[in-house]
Design a protein around this ligand. Sequence first.
Ligand SMILES: Nc1ncnc2c1ncn2[C@@H]1O[C@H](COP(=O)(O)OP(=O)(O)OP(=O)(O)O)[C@@H](O)[C@H]1O
Length: 408
Amino acid sequence: MHRFERKQNIFRNKDALNESYQPDRIEERDEEIEEYMEALQPVVDGWEPNNIFIYGNTGVGKTAVTDYLLERLQKDVSSYDDLELSVISLNCKTLNSSYQVAVELVNELRPTGREISSTGYPQQTVFKKLYEELEAIGGTILIALDEIDSIGDRDELLYELPRARANGKLESTKVGVVGISNDFKFREQLDPRVQDTLCEREIQFPPYEAPELENILESRAEIAIVDGAIEQGVLNFCAALAARDSGSARQALDLLRLAGEIAENREANHIERAHVETARSQLEQERVEEGMRELTPHGRLALLAVASRSAKEETPCRGRDIYTEYVTLCESSGSEPLTQRSVHNHLSDLRMLGILSASENRSGSRGNYYSYELDVPFSSAVEAMADVLRLDSEIDTIRRMAAINDVV
Ligand SMILES: Nc1ncnc2c1ncn2[C@@H]1O[C@H](COP(=O)(O)OP(=O)(O)OP(=O)(O)O)[C@@H](O)[C@H]1O
């Protein structure tokens, strides 16, 4: 008997719902595509390329549209004999300085075996090596830097690269930078000189609305899902949920994929609304758990202080009482407590992340204050904290107290 059996009554090509899938067709972005094409036009005309800055929330198609257009551009430019275009795409997520980005670019351009090490050179030496590689390729080079905000304030490359020709660092090669970011603050924080060059052309991608998400889902479902395996109204429901929350196509696609997996595991023949609801709460739970794992040590201690109050059935609870609990936990863990004001900021952040909820109490002449409680199940908050905090005996006490009070 086989242990594994092929299941294909829901998905025809599940990979088409994955992040790495590149759609052949871009839905709903005609205006942005037009603006983007206009910004890229000098490449086709043989002039110096514009530097382009693309921004918008996560999942709104910045990368998908960029990949699609740069591929089309390369194809179309190849029909002109007097043009030579190269495109280098780099995701900067793990690169947090100009130095690291420059090393990565040099290594992208060099053949295997000739890469440079990621440490040990003066920055200008790495930049020089990069210019040498770019000069060796010649023609027009577009460098697409996704998640460009990761570079932080060590952004000298973003100033230098677009001006390399003007500053005599490159002779024949024309370079254009396409920066992509979902961090709205990044642009504001850039040095004005960098802002001027890098953001020569700016294109904003707004969040998707429900009907737009539904179209994106429909075109992807045609490829990914077996005919007739989606109940009426399911795509509309996924689109509505994602539009209300973030306007992200990634969220809508994730919801559909997980709903499909749930349907498959339940041996259903269709994806139903109930599967989407389960998928939504699972994704929500994952998001919150991820948020908890990324907290700073004091954010975790503040959360554990609320969990401790919750175990004693003492929530909703005022910030100052949570602070007392927090100070005790700091003492047990050997950390220096932050001020009450800073802990208050942590509580606000936890609220923004959807981990805590807060209600406002009006206390007359003494002003209003907030009471906090967990907005996630007690057990998931404590599990996530137990993984990362070294407070075993305190966490055991909190768990025992919760068991006595039937808090789950
Ligand atoms: N207009 C669209 N048509 C078809 N698919 C789309 C469209 N917009 C987004 N997608 C799909 O949604 C997912 C997320 O899109 P994408 O990665 O381009 O978002 P992003 O704006 O670059 O997000 P981030 O800032 O998080 O990188 C991808 O799978 C992409 O193929």
